[in-house]
Write a protein that binds this ligand. Structure first.
Ligand SMILES: Cc1cc2nc3c(=O)[nH]c(=O)nc-3n(C[C@H](O)[C@H](O)[C@H](O)COP(=O)(O)OP(=O)(O)OC[C@H]3O[C@@H](n4cnc5c(N)ncnc54)[C@H](O)[C@@H]3O)c2cc1C
Length: 265
């Protein structure tokens, strides 16, 4: 391992940049948007639908995120939860963070018709459409947002690769949408497994951490493409344990929902 931030070149060097063409082609834009609707999906997740005014729309790849900009706060990152369809609508799933300044504002004060700005699309967590490998998608909490974008895009483009979705939450109340079940019922190639880490007594499904759920179902992960999105600890657990069970690093894509807290606003 080399810590490149600690290295100094002693001579001329050639750098090879592994640039992702499909992302490089997309312009990052700063656009105004209006809050079209706000809906509390459960005790700590709010769905916000933003509308970009006029005929404008944001070009992005399924899985990417935007920075949400409000004049009273520093920008906060949220993944886009709807598939790219040029509709001018952006759906976000925002989890309320204890003592979190912006997410508490969203939960308690943000109103429909408010004006915000978004900057994006950003990030290299996006669905690799050219691949033919079966896909394992792992979402932790609101990590379902970008995974929803990927699955809706896969359904819209009639993708026939096998898709295994594992959604990890604490208890049943945290499964804030019924859509995953619907996707699995309506599409033969989509399979859905919820995994609860702190289940109530009535729960009969999988329990434990979501990455353990995948590991127990797939003995050999060699042939799979794996996408993981959600809390940093979950993403880290997937990255470190899946390689031992055959996952090839180049077939692993992730977005960790780290906090942007800087001590300012
Ligand atoms: C690429 C990316 C995509 C993301 N996508 C999503 C998504 O789709 N949905 C989603 O719900 N989240 C997502 N997140 C996470 C989201 O950005 C954060 O939850 C959000 O920024 C928290 O903002 P906040 O203002 O509420 O919290 P902050 O006020 O920034 O606080 C964050 C943390 O710092 C702590 N803190 C606050 N004040 C203090 C203090 N004075 N001293 C010490 N600690 C303090 C808080 O308790 C909290 O734990 C994403 C993050 C990234 C990086």
């Amino acid at each position: 391992m080399a810590l490149l931030c600690q290295c100094r070149a002693k001579s001329d060097i050639a750098l090879v940049v592994d640039e992702l063409d499909s992302v490089a082609d997309i312009e990052v834009r700063n656009l105004p948007c209006k809050v079209q609707s706000i809906k509390h999906l459960n005790h700590d997740v709010t769905q916000i639908i933003l509308k970009i005014p006029g005929a404008e729309s944001l070009q992005y790849l399924a899985g990417q995120y935007v920075d949400l900009i409000h004049p009273d706060f520093e920008p906060r990152a949220f993944s886009i939860a709807n598939a790219p369809t040029n509709s001018g609508l952006i759906e976000l799933h925002v989890r309320q963070i204890e003592n979190g300044k912006f997410t508490n504002f969203v939960f308690n004060k943000l109103e429909e018709k408010s004006l915000l700005r978004i900057e994006g699309p950003k990030g290299d967590f996006f669905f690799r459409e050219e691949s033919k490998k079966p896909v394992i998608l792992i979402a932790g909490g609101t990590g379902l947002g970008p995974i929803k974008s990927i699955i809706e895009h896969a359904i819209a483009t009639k993708l026939n690769r096998q898709i295994y979705l594992y959604w990890g939450v604490r208890d049943e109340v945290d499964l804030y949408m019924d859509l995953p079940e619907q996707w699995a019922n309506d599409n033969d190639n989509i399979h859905f497994v919820p995994v609860l880490s702190e289940p109530n007594d009535a729960w009969q499904g999988k329990t434990g951490f979501v990455h353990e759920g995948v590991l127990s179902d797939f003995e050999d992960l060699t042939g799979y493409e794996i996408y993981a999105c959600g809390p940093p600890a979950m993403v880290k657990a997937v990255a470190s344990t899946f390689v031992e069970q055959g996952m090839i690093k180049d077939n692993f894509f992730s977005d960790a929902f780290v906090f942007a807290f800087t001590g300012k606003k």
